[in-house]
Design a protein around this ligand. Structure first.
Ligand code: DC
Length: 301
């Protein structure tokens, strides 16, 4: 017997020509449980196949297991200013959904770090673009961590220094560098299938067809306090007013990237000023669960 897909609502995509990672619930229906019962005890796996050649509708069978639900690859974007809590939230939401997390800021930071290391003046746009073109970036998008390597060297920690943080804006402003990063992010996205990505332009420019788009915001002082705490944990000696100045400068440069998402219905905007990280994560998962029947999207952190 092949279980019927139990709810049309849980089937997303399935268009001929769609390719990519598809999350399926696999169950062994030898004892004949109903689809809903099977769903609860199912094993999760992400497989890749080509919908053009796969049977859709009705039941699907792969060997001894049967598929009771299909969800098209899910892309979730989280944009917003520094200190809005989006990195931690994106990482935790990805871990909960058991999908990779793409830290796009780390890519701009990586180019900046290499430029500083090689003494390339950041005002020399041509030299920075050339460097970005030649540097082999590898971003390891695990569900609980993101590591970045440039030409084989792991620079995940180095890219978080205050020096790199303050210099990255100059690199991220160079349009040809952005074009290279956007192309690379799309390439990574195609490989990952389902993922949570975080940055400034993810929902607006890089993945305009994302399933869900969020913008996280918070008041400047609160964001500065969060940044200050992070920097102090990293052993940086920095004053509050310095952090405020840095954030204001970055906001002025960065906000243009996600401003189109602030139009009505373009994205879900969440003000995190008075929310703990756990509350932000619950809020995001709540929105996701309401739209996408993704397993593990239960709202408790
Ligand atoms: O999110 P973050 O602080 O790691 O970002 C580092 C810098 O890179 C910051 O100046 C904004 C910029 N950035 C960007 O312009 N576009 C992105 N998609 C991600 C980051």
């Amino acid at each position: 017997m092949v279980a019927q897909l139990d709810s049309k609502a849980s089937i997303r995509g399935g268009c001929a020509g769609d390719k990519g990672c598809i999350l399926v619930k696999r169950v062994n229906t030898r004892n004949g449980p109903t689809a809903q019962e099977s769903f609860d005890c199912a094993t999760l796996s992400i497989i890749c196949f080509d919908l053009e050649t796969s049977p859709t509708g009705g039941g699907l069978r792969f060997g001894a297991t049967e598929l009771v639900g299909i969800i098209r690859a899910m892309v979730i974007t989280i944009d917003g200013p520094a200190g809005s809590g989006k990195s931690t939230a994106a990482r935790k939401v990805a871990a909960r959904l058991e999908v990779p997390y793409l830290d796009t800021g780390a890519m701009y930071r990586a180019i900046t770090h290499v430029a500083l290391l090689r003494g390339i003046p950041l005002e020399d746009e041509q030299a920075v673009v050339e460097l970005a073109r030649q540097t082999r970036l590898e971003v390891d998008c695990g569900p609980t961590h993101a590591r970045v390597r440039a030409d084989g060297h792991d620079i995940s920690e180095a890219v978080r220094s205050l020096k790199v943080t303050q210099a990255t804006g100059a690199v991220a402003r160079i349009q040809p560098v952005r074009d290279l990063m956007v192309a690379e992010q799309r390439r990574l996205g195609r490989r990952l299938g389902s993922f949570v990505t975080e940055g400034r332009d993810q929902g607006s420019i890089v993945f305009p067809d994302a399933d869900m788009k969020f913008v996280l915001e918070a008041e400047l002082e609160q964001r500065a306090l969060r940044r200050l705490r992070d920097l102090q944990v990293d052993g940086e000696e920095v004053e509050f007013r310095e952090v405020i100045y840095d954030l204001k400068t970055r906001d002025a440069n960065d906000s243009v990237q996600w401003s189109s998402l602030l139009r009505p219905d373009a994205a879900i905007v969440i003000d995190t000023t008075d929310l703990s990280i756990a509350q932000v994560v619950d809020c995001l998962l709540g929105h996701i669960r309401a739209v996408i029947p993704w397993p593990n999207a239960s709202a408790q952190s």
